[in-house]
Design a protein around this ligand. Structure first.
Ligand code: ADP
Ligand code: MG
Length: 693
């Protein structure tokens, strides 16, 4: 349970003054959440300096000036196209304020003739006359506060002005409680850091542009808080799994031998090396917890199967958990023929397996008739009981589900855990996503794979692309067409899958299908099945297909608005058309103009197919900046920390977390208690919960 001290920060933003239904909706999207704490993590991106307040005669055109003026004349517009003008003066010169499309009443009210006001805005010189279009503020002298000299600027979205954002953040800041320090106090002192509340408050009141840099002291403190929460959560999971005794799994190799003999190929040496790592872990008397990294198509599934067979040879059971039904079914399709061929009982258990069928599966899991079960998170529901589960594979693709690793392994009898990911992760990020987990890498592709012909094209070549597709599909090819979003979002000019689908239907008729994330699993499966069978030959998709769809006949992929995707994600997507040994083509379509970085990113895709190289480049180019679509790629896991800047802090946090658990494994000391709050603050709830078990 979340500690009470955090309640105010986890209250809904609608409890703030000025946040109505509309603002709530906009903020929820902008902040990626609707809690007060989400608002606090939304850090400023700039400062407007209003401290420049010259006399008009000395003013420099183009600068933001704060001026004390008298109102001397109102000039209402003669036609609706003209602006409303107000002439004002100081002791040295005159200035014309210009207002377009503003009600005369409100101008008269704010700038009464003869009154003195303080105004601020950008000043321009027009034919020898000073002008200020739309002052940023107009206040009475007695209302002017020194805090108005600096204005914090936030990243915004339509419907939320900077003024609103500042007001909301101020209210949110007032709700931060005084926390007991969760960091090592000497370390905080040594770094010259303030306490959490002060640091966060200061971050929202930047004075100089350096206060906006991720490496400034205040932001570093917060980044470290976040990194420690991250590393501690991972260390807790690891401790939980590792501290339990394991079992020595050493099968006789008979099943594995038969499967290997039935394969039409030899394992690559990378696969063999990885298997040796895994077999060695299994044979140890400790529990295994290992990460298996391998690019799309590198052959992880067969590795997982062989490791499972090692356990099955010892008379135990094994399980694979996949993040989606489609993926679970796909694993079944690959593994079942091989396993059944050697007389094993292998079944699928997902949320959709119901009734008698489900009862039977549950029974056979409990009595041990099922050797290998493949499923989704449905596998760790309470009523699922194994006779003797010794080996668990968690296929994460590129979602990182710390608590799921835990849950399923708890079903087992000292079960070993192999976590698989298809995301090539740069070294630094391995630490952030997996902590100190041992890991192996399949760094070699099976032989015979043909390179993909990747081309980068502007979106105005769309008609040519469609014409080309028409030819290819007529020859029997199958293709994906990927669009970034499901529905037209208001301001973002994203190609909507539904619109594209409708447009392509006009050309391809019933040969085109649509699949997107909001569809029911059943409907998704049905469409996938049709695509597999070739009943449809063009599949318009949102990024749902990213997650491991296997249709070897599909050799063409068009990605619309490729510039909006993370590189890792593009790489995953492209992996979909490299399942067989056929030549494949990937068309990356972008909307010009492309930024320099944008160009470079798409160029990398054109020239490299090495996932690890692409991932490193992605991290390097992305730096602290944000790119649409990276969220789905699983890499942007941090609200504040920035891996291109805070790498060192990450390593310190890693050591710190280890030491904390060595000296205070149950988080019972004062610092331990404070650290629990930290874990909840960064929403690592699942990990803290394990302490109650
Ligand atoms: P992923 O790592 O993406 O899960 P898979 O395990 O699905 O990759 O393998 C992709 C394809 O490559 C499958 O069709 C599989 O049978 C095949 N494959 C796996 N290992 C080899 C190998 N050593 N040589 C040739 N083909 C292989
Ligand atoms: Mg073992």
């Amino acid at each position: 349970m979340r500690p009470e001290i955090l309640y105010p920060l986890f209250a809904n933003i609608s409890s703030l003054k000025g946040v109505g239904d509309k603002a709530h909706k906009f903020l929820n999207t902008l902040l990626d959440g609707d809690k007060i704490v989400n608002l606090l993590w939304h850090l400023p991106s700039g400062i407007v300096d209003r401290s420049y307040s010259p006399k008009l005669v000395d003013a420099v055109a183009g600068r933001i000036c704060t001026l004390k003026i008298r109102v001397i004349e109102h000039i209402p517009p003669k036609t609706s196209k003209q602006p409303y003008r107000v002439i004002v003066e100081d002791d040295t010169d005159q200035l014309e304020l210009i207002f377009f499309k503003i009600y005369a009443d409100s101008i008269k009210k704010n700038l009464p003739l003869g009154s003195t006001r303080i105004i601020s805005g950008k000043i321009e010189n027009y034919n020898g006359m000073w002008q200020m279009p739309h002052p940023d503020f107009i206040v009475k002298p007695e209302q002017f506060g020194t805090d108005m000299k600096k204005e914090t600027v936030y990243p915004l979205t339509a419907g939320i002005t900077n003024k609103m954002m500042c007001k909301f953040v101020q209210q949110a800041l007032a709700k931060i409680p005084s926390f007991a320090e969760w960091q090592n106090k000497d370390f905080v002192k040594q770094q010259n850091w303030k306490d959490f509340k002060t640091a966060l408050t200061n971050v929202h009141h930047p004075k100089y542009s350096t206060d906006l840099e991720p490496w400034c002291a205040e932001r570093s403190r917060l980044a470290y808080d976040e990194l420690l929460a991250n590393q501690l959560a991972l260390a807790i999971v690891r401790q939980k799994i590792k501290k339990q005794p394991g079992r020595e799994i050493r099968g006789n190799g008979m099943l594995r031998k038969k499967v290997l003999e039935s394969l039409p190929f030899e394992l690559t040496s990378a696969q063999k090396n990885v298997l040796n790592d895994i077999y060695a872990d299994q044979a140890e008397k400790f529990r295994m917890l290992r990460l298996l990294q391998g690019d799309v198509g590198s052959g992880k599934t067969i590795v997982a199967l062989l490791a499972m067979l090692n356990a099955v040879e010892c008379g135990a059971q094994a399980a694979i958990m996949a993040p989606t039904e489609i993926l679970a079914k796909q694993h079944l399709d690959t593994i079942a023929p091989l396993a059944e061929n050697i007389g094993l009982n292998i079944q699928l258990l997902t949320g959709r397996v119901k009734g008698k069928n489900r009862t039977q599966i549950l029974e056979n899991l409990e009595n041990g008739d099922i050797n290998i079960i493949i499923g989704t998170h449905a596998l760790f529901q309470e009523n699922v009981v194994f006779k003797d589960l010794a080996f668990v594979v968690v296929d994460e693709q590129h979602r990182f589900g710390v608590h799921q690793r835990l849950n399923l392994s708890e079903k087992g009898n000292k079960a070993d855990v192999l976590v698989m990911t298809a995301t090539p992760i740069p070294r630094t990020l391995v630490l952030t996503a997996y902590g100190d987990m041992e890991y192996s890498k399949i760094d070699q592709m099976p032989e015979g794979r043909k390179p993909t012909d990747t081309r980068v094209l502007p979106i105005d070549k769309l008609q040519d692309v469609v014409a080309g597709l028409k030819r290819k599909l007529a020859e029997g090819a199958r293709a994906y067409w990927v669009c970034p979003l499901v529905e037209e979002s208001e301001k973002l000019d994203l190609a909507a899958a539904e619109d594209r689908f409708a447009a392509l239907q006009l050309v391809f008729g019933d040969k085109v299908g649509l699949i997107h994330g909001k569809m029911k699993e059943k409907d998704k499966d049905a469409i996938m099945e049709k695509f597999k069978k070739g009943e449809i030959s063009l599949l318009v998709a949102t990024t749902v297909i990213e997650v491991g769809v296997n249709v070897p006949e599909a050799t063409i992929m068009v990605i619309e608005h490729a510039e909006r995707f993370g590189l890792a994600q593009l790489h995953q997507l492209r992996g979909r058309i490299k399942r067989g040994n056929n030549a494949s083509t990937c068309l990356l379509m972008y909307a010009p103009p492309l930024s320099e970085t944008g160009k470079e990113r798409l160029n990398i895709m054109k020239h490299s197919e090495d996932g690890f190289e692409i991932a490193e480049k992605d991290l390097e180019l992305r730096g602290g900046g944000e790119i649409l679509g990276t969220k789905q790629s699983g890499f942007t896991m941090f609200k504040i920390a920035d891996m291109s800047v805070h790498k060192n802090l990450l390593h310190i946090a890693n050591q710190d977390a280890k030491m904390i658990l060595e000296t205070d494994p149950k988080l019972e000391t004062d610092r331990g208690n404070a650290l629990r709050t930290l874990l909840y603050l960064f929403e690592k709830d699942d990990c803290v919960k394990t302490y109650k078990a």
